[in-house]
Design a protein around this ligand. Structure first.
Ligand SMILES: *Cc1c(COP(=O)(O)O)cnc(C)c1O
Length: 410
């Protein structure tokens, strides 16, 4: 007989679902804390129903709601409920993408999602990773072994995973200064790029700046870190911001950012994926197929993404992206029109930076709802930073909070 712990317990699953729905509706018990948990590993277990009762106030009620109307601070989006359902299905079957024989469907579904998305970026294939940190590392691994690069050049504002990858791969890292819009300063690029992988960022983490993609092709390998802004390519209104991206050798995108996916979902795309995958593959005696990329065992994170794309289509996805871009523009207009605020610049990819004309940014941020703003430093100046990753964000409410905090400061 099957151990019931491994069965589909309708009562238990319903209880878990009810707790989730109550938490989402704001009718759950108040948040609990770690003090409610045993400090040492318990010798005997609780009934699953008790575990759910114990954990719901901690895991659910204690979590930050990334879909709240004032959630406007980070690149972490709320996730569509269909992805939760797919998470349940995929975790129940625990398919391992490493093994074709135990993950027959999951591998095919990942290929299908890649087939849908890669051509939109001019790429011919790729695979999912746990995030763009790993996607960037995978790309630079391929660049080193296929193009013989010894150096990685990226802007000083590139994501730390680029310098980290160079370090791990034994490559020299050159941080190229940035220009006034915080994009890579083209004039400052080294002349000789014949042994260099050039990393251009499409949407820097700090400011959302998009490097000049006209530089693609200047180096032995051109990698685009589009972890944040890559999805904009699908938008008829904003896609031109990424013109030229199709000439890259590789592109990293984080679906767990602006494709509204649960973590961990990153993506590495290659223009010549057969060659790139061969370069980043290892064979093991126990493997029926080569292990492609950095991770060994990994889960079916393509399935929630596939379900989202099926449910929304390209139009539905773009509608949500465009809505977040419009929200960033709306907030920008309000900040720009208010003498109490210094806007840094108009945002390129839905990341808005500003500082109060009087008082300091950190002090002001402390008076805002914590989910509404983050802080970032450019040069010596600290700015408030808003990231429009939340299609439910209500700019009226975000602005009301800012307005109130500014008045309190005056
Ligand atoms: C978030 C981010 C990364 C890292 O991606 P993860 O998915 O968090 O690993 C890399 N580059 C840029 C520009 C990012 O914004």
């Amino acid at each position: 007989m099957r151990d019931p712990a491994f069965g589909a317990d309708r009562a238990g699953l319903s209880q878990a679902l009810d707790a989730l729905i109550a938490a989402r509706g704001g009718t759950a018990a108040p948040a609990g804390g770690l003090a409610d948990l045993p400090a040492t590993l318990p010798a005997t277990g609780l009934a699953p129903a008790q575990v759910l009762d114990l954990l719901a106030p901690i895991v659910l009620a204690g979590a930050r709601d990334l879909g709240a109307p004032t959630a406007f601070a980070h690149m972490d989006p709320p996730t569509p409920w269909l992805t939760w359902a797919m998470g349940l299905w995929t975790k129940a079957y625990n398919q391992n993408l490493l093994h074709p024989d135990v993950a027959p469907v999951a591998r095919d579904l990942e290929s299908r999602v890649i087939d849908w998305l890669a051509p939109l970026f001019g790429m011919d294939g790729g695979h999912l990773t746990a995030g763009s940190t790993l996607a960037n590392l995978t790309a630079l691994w391929a660049a080193r072994d296929l193009a013989g690069v010894t150096t990685v050049a990226a802007s000083a504002d590139a994501h730390l995973s680029i310098a980290k990858s160079a370090h791990l791969l034994g490559l020299e890292f050159i941080a190229v200064p940035v220009d006034a819009r915080a994009a890579l300063a083209v004039d400052a690029l080294p002349q000789d790029l014949t042994r260099t992988a050039l990393v251009l960022t499409a949407g820097t983490t700090a400011t959302g700046a998009i490097d000049d993609l006209g530089l693609i092709g200047r180096a032995a390998w051109s990698h685009i870190d589009a972890a944040w802004a890559g999805p904009l390519r699908l938008s008829a209104r904003h896609g031109a911001l990424l013109d030229g991206i199709e000439r890259a050798d590789s592109i990293a995108i984080s679906p767990h950012k602006w494709l509204f996916q649960p973590k961990d979902c990153g993506m590495i795309l290659f223009r010549d994926s057969a060659a790139a995958h061969a370069a980043v593959s290892f064979n093991g005696a126990y493997l029926a197929a080569p292990n492609v990329g950095l991770q060994g065992s990994r889960g079916a994170s393509a399935v929630p993404l596939l379900a989202s794309l099926l449910a929304w289509g390209r139009d539905g996805l773009v509608d949500r992206l465009d809505r977040t871009m419009a929200a960033a523009a709306d907030l920008t207009d309000r900040l720009d029109g208010d003498p109490r605020c210094h806007l840094w610049r108009r945002p390129e990819s839905a990341i808005v930076l500003w500082r109060p004309a009087a008082g300091d940014s950190a002090g002001l941020r402390a008076r805002l709802p914590v989910e509404s703003a983050s802080l970032t430093t450019l040069g010596d100046t600290t700015y408030l930073r808003h990231v429009a990753a939340n299609p439910n964000a209500d700019v009226d409410q975000v602005w009301a909070a800012i307005d109130h905090a500014l008045d309190a400061d005056a």
